[in-house]
Unconditional design. Structure first.
Length: 377
């Protein structure tokens, strides 16, 4: 029996939280911890938003991208409650996590916002680091995660009024669709190995979001469109990628649609064969999954700078090459196309960074070890 047990409380969102679950189930297989899954249908409502001069609370706001866990020392029976906040917004925080957890690990961590929080909460929040959607073949009780997903979201959306049945029906449809999408995630073993690029390519495949009414989304779409056009024009013989076909992409950016597969496994196969890859930001400057995927495959990464603070920062010229303008983007690509030694060094360092800092086993163990130090003292 391992010295420690981690209880996973079934979350309201399974796509982002799969990264944490994967780390826990893999660590259980290694004998480091024991994992239990507990059905949780709590609403966990409420968020607080850090604005320029104040902190605003919204008590009834849903916050589904926070998942909850309990770490237990099986010998002393001492325990800590912790949460992982995988929400895109760096200035928004869960009230339930703030009030009920000893630690909160935030994906889009920016100290400029965290430092405006009450001192007591600052001390319990820490950067989570890069994540991506993935699953472990050792995951158990998938049916319990599904039940928890349905019941918790139905509970959040339950209100006895004339639209109740329509709202319940829509919630069920959304969560079943969400569950089906989660089943397409790839095994962590697919990311644990990499292969050397077979030829010179500049790879940037991206997507349009399902809506384009938000200013930030419009800006992201336009930025991605601009970069696709720039790469196609500058490197016509090397460029692979474009927008994944969708209603918005086909309607607005039909001249920039991708020329490579988009199905998760086929996309990963293309990525494994790519040499140079391009990274741009996610919603509201959140760290996109692409960065973790690129690092896992030891790619030569040309990246827009991250605003999220990582437990171990990525270093320009070591694991990645950052760009702040079109000119820097093009210059960086031309530089690595002509410098095989630089490519090899960036590729090796990127893979090492993933293996030591991003892989779910390493990152989740880092989180657990941090808390174990407190739990056992």
């Amino acid at each position: 029996m391992p010295k420690y047990t981690v209880i996973i409380y079934t979350p309201q969102e399974l796509n982002h939280s799969s990264f944490i679950q994967t780390g826990l189930f893999e660590l259980e297989k290694l004998g480091y911890i024991n994992v239990k899954i507990k059905l949780d249908t709590n609403k966990s409502l409420g968020r607080f938003v850090v604005e320029e001069n104040n902190i605003k609370e919204e008590l009834n706001q849903a916050f589904p991208k926070v998942s909850y866990y309990k770490l237990i020392n099986n010998e002393t029976k001492r325990a800590l409650i912790f949460a992982t906040d995988l929400y895109d917004f760096s200035n928004e925080f869960s009230l339930a996590a703030k009030n009920n957890c000893d630690y909160v690990f935030k994906r889009n961590f920016e100290s400029s916002f965290v430092n405006k929080l009450p001192k007591k909460y600052q001390e319990k929040i820490a950067p989570l680091g890069l994540t991506f959607g993935v699953h472990s073949e050792f995951k158990r009780k998938g049916w319990l995660f599904f039940i928890g997903l349905l019941l918790s979201n139905l509970k959040v959306n339950y209100k006895f009024d004339r639209t109740l049945f329509k709202r319940i029906s829509n919630t069920l449809k959304r969560q079943i669709k969400h569950w089906d999408f989660v089943q397409t995630s790839r095994k962590i073993s697919r990311f644990s190995s990499s292969q050397k690029a077979t030829k010179k390519t500049v790879f940037f495949q991206t997507r349009c979001f399902l809506y384009d009414t938000d200013e930030d989304v419009v800006n992201i779409h336009e930025q991605r469109y601009h970069i696709i056009k720039l790469l196609k024009k500058t490197f016509p013989s090397y460029f692979l990628g474009g927008f994944i076909a969708s209603r918005i992409a086909t309607k607005k950016y039909s001249d920039a649609l991708s020329n490579v597969p988009s199905a998760p496994e086929l996309y990963l196969d293309t990525l494994k064969n790519a040499k140079i890859v391009i990274y741009t930001r996610g919603l509201v400057n959140s760290p996109a999954w692409k960065m973790a995927e690129y690092l896992s495959q030891g790619k030569v990464i040309i990246a827009e700078r991250l605003t999220a603070e990582l437990p171990v920062p990525l270093v320009h010229g070591k694991e990645v090459l950052f760009f702040d303008s079109d000119e820097e983007l093009i210059a960086n690509i031309k530089m690595v196309l002509d410098d095989n030694d630089l490519c090899d060094r960036l590729s090796k360092n990127a893979k090492t960074y993933f293996d030591e800092n991003v892989h779910p086993v390493k990152n989740v163990k880092r989180i657990l070890d941090l808390m174990i130090t407190k739990l056992d003292n």
